[in-house]
Design a protein around this ligand. Structure first.
Ligand code: PMP
Length: 460
């Protein structure tokens, strides 16, 4: 018998949820009154709640369900793996065929030459692992002072202690006693918001790269170990880097021998129209973290790729004490690896990159159609990820008072139209499944338009 209650009413679900479930990224004070949205099943890019309402999921859940919510091949791969080898670990040289094949595949797909893959279970764990690898690496090469890691304001790198510290968002830090030391935050590359009047994207990028260099010099280059960046900042508001930004930043990093970590947790596996955001924006990372679309979100898995420079040093160092003292019970989990492997195979078999590229013009055209609307300040995006940022007075670039929760209101109106988008402050994010069809994309914007019209007519 199925252990999940199948026929509970919404009232029953809500009562139990409120009674016993502590929700992530939720207002815990109001949750008992607001109650949960209980999603019970998925069908392509649609999900259904426990009241039978159907939603077009334009966020792929949390930027992850790239193949939608009912891919039979992934279900079969998981089921086969569970029946074959439901668990084994990868400590002390143990391995399993799914982990081996997945590691091989990732090395082949990597946007720059990479040497090895370390497996973890989430984006946070991947980024925490990357931080530890940077520290371990610098100890290994005899530069124990070179440990500071530079991240950016508004970045999102996760919630574990180091990853939350890397994140540059107030809720991830405040009252959690974070960030930890040796983690620094530099300028957020949000051209529309932070550029001086008349400053071009290129000039803005130069200014930010100059500021980065100044900061490295202030801190002391022998204390700065790495710089971490999402190719497109996701949870910070879908910020597409300004033209020439990564080129200029990487010049600075190279000058001071600072490693680059690309956080591809959102961008990885097709989101930007290339396999990796690093390819789209010309990043040449030493360490690359990915998760989410690696398994289409179906099971937790993340991967950290390291280049041979990093690998050779850490491997030699581990020899001195007889082990590399890092890893998770579920690193290289055979079921997760089997599903990830099948996900990558589906991308290939369905030629997902070509499909994404064919959808991008329709997606971006529909979005840019919102420029000039009453409350639309900026529309930005690349590939199948984008945001519309609401402003009280777009012409004067005056933001809404955050207390008015304009973004949250529009997201709520969209939900009532059967559309799931996400408000990050007043930026409304769109991150539809990579398998979205042209007709579904039209439907997405029909629903969004209804919500936006009501918003324009009623929000004050
Ligand atoms: N990095 C980025 C860029 C992310 O968007 C996220 C999650 N949204 C993470 C890391 C953390 O991933 P997880 O929630 O799997 O720990």
């Amino acid at each position: 018998m199925n252990a999940i209650p199948q026929a509970a009413t919404h009232a029953e679900n809500a009562a139990h949820d409120v009674a016993s479930h502590l929700h992530p990224f939720t207002n815990l004070a109001t949750h008992p009154q607001v109650g949960p949205l209980v999603i019970t099943r998925g069908d392509g890019i649609f999900v259904e709640d426990d009241q039978g309402r159907r939603y077009l999921e334009a966020m792929s859940g949390l930027w992850c369900a790239s193949l939608g919510f009912s891919n039979a091949r992934l279900a079969k791969a998981g089921s086969d793996a569970l029946h074959g080898l439901p668990y084994y670990h990868t400590f002390n040289g143990r391995s399993n065929p799914a982990a081996i094949a997945l590691a091989d595949k990732l090395i082949a797909l990597a946007p720059v030459p990479m040497s090895k893959v370390f497996f973890a279970n989430s984006g946070s764990e991947a980024n925490d692992s990357a931080v530890k690898l940077v520290w371990y690496y610098h100890n290994a090469i005899g530069k124990p002072a070179k440990k500071k890691i530079i991240a950016r304001k508004n970045a999102y790198h996760g919630v574990t202690v180091a990853a939350a510290s890397l994140s540059g968002l107030v809720p991830n830090h405040r009252d959690f006693d974070l960030p930890i030391d040796r983690i620094l935050h530099v300028d957020c590359p949000h051209h529309f918001r932070y550029a001086e009047p008349g400053e071009t994207e290129e000039d803005f990028a130069s200014r930010l790269a100059d500021n980065l260099e100044k900061r490295i010099l202030e801190e002391g280059p022998d204390t700065v170990g790495a710089f971490i960046a999402e190719p497109v900042m996701g949870a910070g508001g879908v910020l597409v880097p300004p033209a020439t930004y990564f080129e200029k930043v990487q010049k600075v990093l190279a000058k001071y021998d600072v490693l680059l970590i690309a956080d591809e947790v959102i961008c990885g596996y097709g989101r930007t129209g290339e396999m990796f955001g690093s390819t789209t924006f010309g990043l040449k990372p030493d360490i690359l973290t990915s998760a989410k679309a690696l398994s289409s979100g179906y099971v937790p898995i993340s991967a950290v790729m390291v280049n041979e420079k990093v690998h050779a040093a850490i491997a030699a160092n581990s020899g001195k004490i007889g082990t590399f003292g890092h890893g998770f019970t579920y690193s290289g989990h055979p079921v997760a690896c089997a599903i990830a492997l099948e996900t990558l195979k589906v991308y290939e078999d369905e030629n997902i990159l070509a499909h994404v590229k064919s959808l991008v013009p329709q997606f971006q055209k529909a979005l840019h159609g919102y420029e000039g609307r009453k409350y639309v300040g900026e529309v930005r995006g690349v590939g199948l990820i984008a945001a519309i940022e609401l402003y009280a007075d777009p012409a004067q670039r005056v933001s809404f008072d955050p207390a008015k929760k304009a973004g949250a209101r529009l997201a709520e109106l969209a939900l009532a139209q059967g559309l799931i988008v996400r408000a990050m402050g007043d930026a409304i994010a769109f991150c539809p499944a990579l398998i979205t069809t042209a007709a579904e994309m039209d439907e997405l914007f029909v629903r969004f338009e209804r919500a936006m019209t009501i918003f324009e007519e009623t929000f004050a």
